[in-house]
Design a binder for this molecule. Structure first.
Ligand SMILES: [Zn+2]
Ligand SMILES: [Zn+2]
Length: 255
């Protein structure tokens, strides 16, 4: 599976378009060139910069409907691009209600496995609240035909016990973490997002459950401008110290 990190920023970057150099776009990722996870305010712009046509996108999964992940205008633009079949959208039923046009709507159900392209994708509950606390927020367990397992865990602070159960105690090859808060725990975002020490503690607990081992790849994503060091070099050093890969816009990993 090819994972392309389209945008890697939390909501505190300046998203005036075109993006200024060094500015991270809204967090979105592309699987195997056609399955998009999240579609925030900069996604279409960044796809264009990275040579991805809206017509390439067959399916969109929405982790949650905060405005940095769910932008109806951009979704409409992707849906209305020339395409053989309607764009398939996987999201909460509340988010799906906001969409019109050439879209097939699939409301997500926790623990249900969806076959999307070649991938088996299961939504898991995230610890991340929306204004309407009745609306669900999702992480995803993504399994390739070769049985490589990716846990896409953003946005959300800590892990929910239900998500932990739905990982079924099986080894994870890669985790994409919500690492919004960098090295700043004392922040109002503390319950909704992770800082690196929280991730470190979760990793060590997950290692004792054999969910991860030294081969598991850890990617730090959804980077807040104000909660990570200012310079790219210092940010990279911090990610290194916590034994993970700092996501960058346009970065690709093959799993
Ligand atoms: Zn976010
Ligand atoms: Zn959010």
């Amino acid at each position: 599976m090819k994972i392309q990190f389209i945008g890697t920023g939390a909501a505190d970057w300046d998203w005036s378009l075109p993006l200024a150099p060094g500015v991270r776009g809204s967090t979105a990722s592309l699987l195997d060139g056609h399955i998009l996870i999240d579609a925030g305010p900069t996604v279409v712009h960044e796809m264009e910069q990275q040579g991805i046509s809206p017509s390439d996108i067959t399916d969109v999964l929405i982790t949650h409907s905060h405005s940095d992940h769910f932008n109806t205008e951009n979704i409409q633009a992707i849906a209305s691009a020339p395409r053989a079949e309607a764009l398939r959208m996987f999201a909460s039923s509340q988010a799906l209600e906001c969409l019109e046009g050439n879209i097939e709507k699939v409301p997500l159900v926790f623990g249900k496995e969806y076959l999307i392209g070649k991938l088996k994708i299961t939504p898991l509950p995230a610890n991340h609240a929306l204004r309407d606390i009745a609306e669900n927020t999702y992480h995803f367990l993504i399994v390739t035909p070769e049985n490589k397992r990716l846990f896409y865990a953003l946005d959300g602070g800590w892990l929910t016990s239900a998500a932990c159960r739905l990982l079924h105690g099986e080894h994870l090859d890669m985790i994409v973490w919500d690492a919004t808060s960098g090295n700043c725990f004392n922040d109002w975002r503390f319950a909704d997002h992770n800082e690196l020490l929280m991730i470190h503690n979760m990793r060590s607990a997950m290692a004792s459950l054999e969910l991860v081992n030294e081969k598991t790849i850890h990617v730090f994503n959804h980077i807040a401008r104000t909660l990570w060091p200012k310079s790219p070099e210092e940010r990279a050093r911090l990610a290194d110290e916590f034994e993970g890969i700092l996501a960058e816009d346009g970065m690709q990993i093959t799993l």
